[in-house]
Design a protein around this ligand. Structure first.
Ligand SMILES: [Mn+2]
Length: 334
């Protein structure tokens, strides 16, 4: 779909609804706020929705308090933009309402996007949905205000890991440069999104690091945490984001695993791998999914330690398989 079609669609609709995914990240929140603000300046009546709670660290973004976590049944007809979602399942409990007779525009950059929209703007080469929103704003001659620039910067910085992942292209850095010229303070964003956390997070991390274990080869590292501990510190599940990396980042470790035991007897498992093990396949074997380097699954029905043993064994087998395939990477003495 081109920018003329977008402007025709916008012309035909007064009401615009913007939705993004469950457990929203900086790209989801930043893109939704930027697009919503741009369209509001353009004269549209805009409402923004997200299933669940927006993490506290995004509270500094302009407009974030207006994000709604229920999609009402009686909304006036309007145009729906679904941002940063590879499929409609990502809308969780909002999915059914969104599908009922509304025109959906799917704007996304995930390689797995299944073109669920009536209109689809999918750019799998984009580092972030925020990068695509930047382009849409430019192509449609919408106002790129300072507050929109901040939201887009948060979106792009989040999905590129502060401009350090492989998706950090010259195009991404050019856009980031223009956003800085528009008044974005990159040190403030880093502090709010990446470098600052609640005291409860540090307590949780301290206790989690205490559980660190490695297998004999020193190539698999895991840690675990029970939901009771979150309660005792008044912490939220979102604060556990990134814990899994502490194991993975150890010199010589290939796979980091993080086990989160919930009160209803389930174990949520996060996987990260450094270079060779396809943890997406491991997670899929337990009914989960993800990417080769980052994945997750939820396991129920086993005692915590049994669940952990089964997962670690599966990772061990996946690691052994890669070492058979890549004998030069087989040095277990590292
Ligand atoms: Mn994204």
């Amino acid at each position: 779909m081109n920018s003329r079609e977008i402007s025709e669609l916008l012309h035909a609709h007064e009401n615009v609804y913007i939705l993004t995914h469950i457990l929203p990240d900086g790209d989801a929140i930043g893109s939704a706020l930027a697009w919503g603000t741009a369209l509001r300046h353009h004269g549209k009546k805009v409402r923004i929705f997200c299933p669940g709670v927006v993490p506290r660290k995004y509270a500094f973004l302009p407009g974030v308090v207006a994000i709604e976590n229920q999609f009402p049944a009686n909304l006036p007809l309007g145009l729906v933009f679904v941002l940063d979602c590879g499929d409609l399942e990502r809308l969780d409990y909002m999915k059914e309402r969104v599908q009922s007779g509304l025109t959906i525009v799917n704007i996304d950059h995930h390689a797995t996007n299944n073109y669920f929209g009536d209109y689809n703007i999918v750019d799998k080469s984009a580092a972030a949905t925020g990068e695509m929103i930047y382009q849409l704003i430019q192509e449609n001659n919408l106002l790129l205000s300072k507050e929109i620039s901040l939201c887009l910067y948060v979106a792009i910085a989040s999905d590129t890991g502060s401009f350090k992942y492989a998706n950090t292209t010259p195009r991404v850095l050019k856009i980031a440069s223009l956003l800085l010229e528009n008044g974005v303070d990159p040190s403030l964003v880093s502090q709010k999104i990446f470098d600052e956390y609640p005291l409860s997070t540090v307590f949780l991390l301290r206790d989690t690091l205490n559980t660190l274990q490695l297998d004999q080869s020193l190539r698999i590292a895991w840690m675990s945490l029970h939901e009771d501990l979150l309660e005792s510190y008044g912490a939220k599940e979102e604060e556990l984001e990134g814990f899994v990396n502490y194991g993975k980042n150890i010199n010589g470790v290939e796979v980091g695993i993080f086990f989160y035991h919930t009160r209803n007897g389930e174990t949520k498992v996060g996987f990260r791998s450094k270079a060779v093990v396809d943890v997406g396949a491991v997670a899929a074997s337990f009914g989960g999914g993800g990417h080769p380097r980052a994945a997750g699954c939820t396991i129920g029905g086993w005692e915590n330690n049994v669940a952990m043993d089964k997962v670690i064994q599966a990772v061990r087998e996946a690691l052994l398989e890669t070492e058979t395939l890549n004998p030069e990477k087989c040095d277990l003495r590292r």
